[in-house]
Design a binder for this molecule. Sequence first.
Ligand code: AMP
Length: 111
Amino acid sequence: MENCIFCKIVAGQLPASKVYEDDDMIVFKDIRPIAKIHLLAVPKQHFKLLSELNEERRALVGRMLEKIASNAPAFGLSEGYRLIINQGEEAGQSVPHLHIHILGGQKLGWE
Ligand code: AMP
C-alpha cells in the first residue's frame, strides 16, 4: 500500500534489520526497542486490524504465530517471549499495517 512504512520495508524500499523472511512475513528489529530483544513480525499483505481477518488472513496469522514459535530459539528467545498486537489508536497503534511485537531477552515486567 502506498505510503505504508511497513509495505516499503517489505518491498525493500526502506532499510530494516531483517532477521527472518518467508513467503508470508518478514521479521525485523524494532527501531525503538523497549526490551533487550524487540522484533516486529509483519505480514507481507497489507491490512491494519484483526477485525479485517478473512479465511485467508486467519490462516496467514496462524502460520505467522507458528513460525514465530518455531524460530524463537534462533531469535535468542528460548527462555520465553511476549507477543503484543496493538489495535487502533487508543492502544497505541502507530503503524496502520498489522504487526506482532516480539519482546524478550530479559525478564519482562507487567505494568
Ligand atoms: P505500534 O505502536 O504497535 O504501531 O508499533 C509500531 C512500531 O514500529 C514501533 O515500536 C516503532 O518503533 C516501530 N517502527 C517504526 N518505524 C520503524 C522502522 N522503520 N523500522 C523498525 N521499526 C519501526
